[in-house]
Design a protein around this ligand. Structure first.
Ligand code: GLA
Ligand code: ZN
Length: 674
C-alpha cells in the first residue's frame, strides 16, 4: 500500500528560508532566484519566537504575514515551523526555570538554541500558545503543506524541575518503591530508597564518572527514557495545539538519523510523517547514509519520509568542511529519494550574513547571483525533479530482510561496564547493514517491538537487552520458517538491565540452541581466528566460549585455550534456522554469511552492480522504480535485467543491454510489473 506524505504533486524541492534576517527589499530578488532554481517549497519561521512574541503579553505576526504572502504570491508550498526551539531572551530573564541545567550541574544562561528545559511549565505553556496562535492565524492558507514543530529536538536537562518530573515518571513506571528498588537493584552499593524524594537524577554530580560511565546503569537508562519522553511530550503538546485548527495538515519535526539521546522508535509513532536532516561527515560511507535513510523510514512505519535538510554544498560545524564535489549533491539527493524520501530540501536557501552559520552552504551565496557552481547544480536538479512530475511519490519498498535497531538496547549496551570499551552498538549494526547494502539487498530497520512476520531474514546484532515479548516474536518468526541471526553479548539482560539468570543468551537460548559460558575481550590489536567454509576469518573484540545445546557448529576458534570450541552456530528450530555469531569478524565474512543466508531464503538483490553502485527499489502498485547510484569516481557499466526506461534521460533499455553510469551518475529505471 502506497500513500502520499503530504499534498504536493511532485517531489518537493526547496528548504529553510529565513527572510526575517534580511531587508524586505531583497525578498523579491530571492524569489526570482529561487524560482529560477525550480524551487517550490519553503520551510519558514524556524527561529522567530523572539520576533513573534516581543514580551509576555504581546504577539506580533505582521512580518510573518508578509512572508507568508510572499510565498503564496510565488506559488511556494510552505512547511511552517512553530519557532519553539529557541526561547526569547526576555523569557529566560523573567522565568529562569526555562533554562536547562547541563550534565555537570551548571545552570545555563540565555544563549544558543535548543536550550529550553522540556519540563518547564512556562516553556510548555508559551510554546503551545505560540503553536496554537500560528495555527489559528494561518489555518486557511492554502499552500500550507505541513507543520514543522520546533527544530532538531535533542539534548538533556538535569534541573530541579526535571528531577521532580523524573519522580512522577518513575511512579508511573514502577508504582511502588519496592518495585523500583528491585528493578534498580538498589541493594548494590547501599542505594535503597525509602522515599521518592530521595531519588536524584543520574549525572556528573551523582552516578556518573562521565557521560558514558555510570555506577547505576538502570537509573541512567531510565533517565534516558524519561528525557526522551519529556522532550517528546513537548512535541505532542504542540502537535495537539496545531491539530485543533488544522486537523488535516500533517505534522512533523526534523529528526537526526542515528541520534542516540532520543528514542525515535517511540517518536515515529507520534508523528504524521517522519522527516530528517542528513549531514554526513567526510568519512561516512555511502552505506552509513543509506542506513540512516532506512532507519528514518523504519521509525516512520515504512512510509515515505521527507529529507528536511541537507546542505547544497558545505557544512559549518565539521573540523574540515569539504565542498560537495560536482555531482555529489545530486547523487545524495537521489539516494534519499531512492530510500524513501518524497522531498529534496536544503538548509538553506540563502547564506546568512553573520553568526555561526554564515559559511554553511546555501542556494543563494554571498555573491547574491545565479552564476555559481552550487546554484547551477541546484537548478539542474530542480529542472529534473520538475520533469519527473508525480513519478515515485508515495512509492514504498518491499524488503524481506530486517535489522533490529533499538534505542533502549543501544543505551544499555553502551552504559555497560565491560566486557569491552570498544564495543559500540551502531558499529556492529553497520557491519551487517553494510554487508547487505553493498549487495543491494533491501533492508528495513525495525525496533524490538515491531512485527517480524513480513520478513524472511532478521538480523539482531548485539541484542543485549531483551524487552518483554521480543523473544516470543523471534521464536514465532523462526518456528514459521524465518532465518534469525544474532551475535555475542545478546540476551543478557531484561528491560531493567537485570541479568536473565540461568546462562547466556538468556531468553534466546532455546531458539539459538547454545549456552555461552564465558566471553573473552580482546584488545583492539589482537585477534583470534576461525575457518568458515574453507576460508580463514578474524575473530576480534569479543569471543564467546559456548556449549552446543542442539545447534550445530559451523566454525570453531583456532587459537588460545578455547581453540576447537564453536564460534559460529546454526540451530534448526521449528521450520526455521537461528544463527549465532559469537565474535566480531571482518567484512569478507559478513558479506559471505549474508549472501548465503539470502540465497537460502531466496531473497533477491535489487540488481547486480559493481561495488560502489547502489541499487535501490521503490514500488507503487504495478510501477517499479529501480534507482542506480554510482558513488564511484569512474564510469561503471550495469547490465539491464529487463526492459525499462530511464526517467532521467528518457532512454529505453532492453533486457541484456548495458547501461553506462558516469561517475556520481544516477539512473531511475521504470517498468510496469504485469
Ligand atoms: C541543523 C539545523 C539547522 C541549521 C543546519 C546547518 O541541522 O536544523 O537549523 O543549523 O543544521 O547548520
Ligand atoms: Zn529541566
Amino acid at each position: 500500500m502506497w500513500e502520499k506524505v503530504w499534498n504536493h504533486e511532485k517531489i518537493a524541492y526547496g528548504g529553510d528560508y529565513n527572510p526575517e534576517q534580511w531587508p524586505e527589499e531583497t525578498w523579491e530578488e530571492d524569489m526570482r532566484l529561487l524560482k529560477l532554481a525550480h524551487i517550490d517549497t519553503l520551510t519558514l519561521n524556524v527561529f522567530s519566537w523572539a520576533a513573534l512574541q516581543p514580551s509576555e503579553e504581546e504577539y506580533c505576526f505582521e512580518k510573518l504575514d508578509k512572508i507568508m504572502e510572499l510565498a503564496k504570491k510565488h506559488h511556494m508550498k510552505v512547511c511552517l515551523a512553530t519557532s519553539t526551539s529557541a526561547h526569547p531572551a526576555w523569557m529566560a530573564r523573567k522565568y529562569p526555570e526555562v533554562l536547562r541545567t547541563d550534565f555537570t550541574g551548571i545552570k545555563r544562561k540565555f544563549g544558543a538554541r535548543h536550550n529550553s528545559c522540556p519540563n518547564s511549565l512556562v516553556y510548555r505553556k508559551y510554546s503551545v500558545q505560540l503553536a496554537e496562535k500560528l495555527a489559528e492565524r494561518y489555518k486557511d492558507y492554502d499552500n500550507l503543506m505541513a507543520w514543522h514543530i520546533s527544530n532538531e529536538y535533542g539534548g538533556e536537562c538535569y534541573c530541579d524541575n526535571c528531577e521532580k518530573a523524573f519522580r512522577v515518571w518513575l511512579k508511573k513506571r514502577y508504582k511502588t518503591l519496592d518495585e523500583l528498588n528491585r528493578a534498580w537493584n538498589t541493594a548494590f552499593w547501599g542505594h535503597t530508597f525509602y522515599d521518592w524524594e530521595e531519588i536524584v537524577l543520574p549525572d556528573k554530580r551523582t552516578e556518573h564518572r562521565d557521560e558514558e560511565q555510570t555506577a547505576a546503569q538502570t537509573i541512567s537508562i531510565d533517565y534516558r527514557r524519561f528525557n526522551s519522553d519529556s522532550i517528546m511530550e513537548c512535541f505532542c503538546l504542540e502537535y495537539e495545539a496545531v491539530k485543533k485548527y488544522t486537523p488535516d495538515i500533517p505534522v512533523t519535526t526534523n529528526l537526526m538519523g542515528s541520534y542516540k539521546p532520543l528514542d525515535y522508535q517511540k517518536w515515529g509513532k507520534c508523528m504524521d510523517f517522519v522527516s530528517w536532516d542528513n549531514y554526513p561527515s567526510n568519512e561516512d560511507s555511502f552505506s552509513k547514509t543509506a542506513l540512516n535513510h532506512d532507519l528514518m523510514r523504519g521509525v516512520g512505519g515504512g512510509k515515505p519520509f521527507i529529507l528536511m535538510e541537507q546542505t547544497p554544498s558545505q557544512q559549518n560545524w565539521q573540523a574540515f568542511n569539504a565542498l560537495k564535489r560536482p555531482g555529489v549533491m545530486r547523487l545524495w539527493s537521489y539516494q534519499a529519494v531512492a530510500h524513501g524520501s518524497d522531498a529534496v530540501l536544503f538548509f538553506q536557501m540563502k547564506r546568512s550574513v553573520g553568526s555561526c552559520e554564515k559559511y554553511h552552504g546555501a542556494v543563494i551565496s554571498h555573491a547574491g547571483h545565479e552564476n555559481t557552481r552550487v546554484f547551477r547544480e541546484v537548478t539542474e536538479l530542480g529542472a529534473e525533479l520538475e520533469q519527473l512530475g508525480g513519478e515515485i511519490l508515495g512509492s514504498v519498498g518491499t524488503a524481506k530482510t530486517a535489522i533490529m535497531f533499538d534505542w533502549e538496547n543501544w543505551w544499555a549496551v553502551e552504559y555497560s561496564a565491560g566486557p569491552s570499551v570498544s564495543l559500540k552498538y551502531h558499529d556492529e549494526i553497520m557491519r551487517y547493514y553494510t554487508a547487505l547494502h553493498t549487495q543491494n539487498i533491501p533492508v528495513d530497520l525495525v525496533g524490538e517491538e515491531d512485527d517480524l512476520s513480513g520478513y524472511q531474514l532478521v538480523i539482531a546484532p548485539v541484542l543485549y537487552m531483551t524487552k518483554p515479548g521480543v523473544d516470543e516474536r523471534i521464536r514465532e518468526f523462526v518456528k514459521k520458517g524465518g532465518t534469525f541471526v544474532t551475535t555475542f553479548f545478546s540476551g543478557y539482560v531484561d528491560e531493567n538491565d537485570l541479568v536473565v539468570i540461568g546462562g547466556y543468551p538468556g531468553r534466546l537460548r532455546d531458539i539459538l540452541g547454545v549456552w555461552v559460558e564465558e566471553t573473552d575481550a580482546l584488545p583492539d590489536d589482537r585477534n583470534n581466528s576461525f575457518v568458515y567454509g574453507g576460508q580463514k576469518y578474524d575473530a576480534k573484540l569479543l569471543c564467546d566460549i559456548m556449549h552446543l545445546e542442539g545447534a550445530k557448529a559451523l566454525a570453531e576458534y583456532q587459537e588460545d585455550f578455547y581453540a576447537g570450541t564453536p564460534v559460529v552456530t546454526c540451530n534448526s528450530f521449528g521450520e526455521g534456522k537461528a544463527y549465532y555469531v559469537g565474535t566480531r569478524s571482518e567484512e569478507a565474512f559478513y558479506s559471505r554469511l549474508v549472501k548465503e543466508l539470502c540465497e537460502s531464503q531466496q531473497i533477491e538483490a535489487a540488481a547486480e552492480t559493481p561495488y560502489g553502485v547502489e541499487a535501490v527499489e521503490r514500488f507503487r502498485d504495478q510501477e517499479h522504480y529501480l534507482f542506480l547510484l554510482n558513488h564511484n569516481e569512474k564510469t561503471e557499466k550495469i547490465s539491464i535485467s529487463r526492459a525499462c526506461t530511464d526517467l532521467l534521460t528518457g532512454t529505453s533499455y532492453q533486457e541484456g543491454q548495458e547501461l553506462e553510469l558516469s561517475k556520481k551518475g544516477v539512473a531511475i529505471l521504470k517498468w510496469i510489473e504485469e
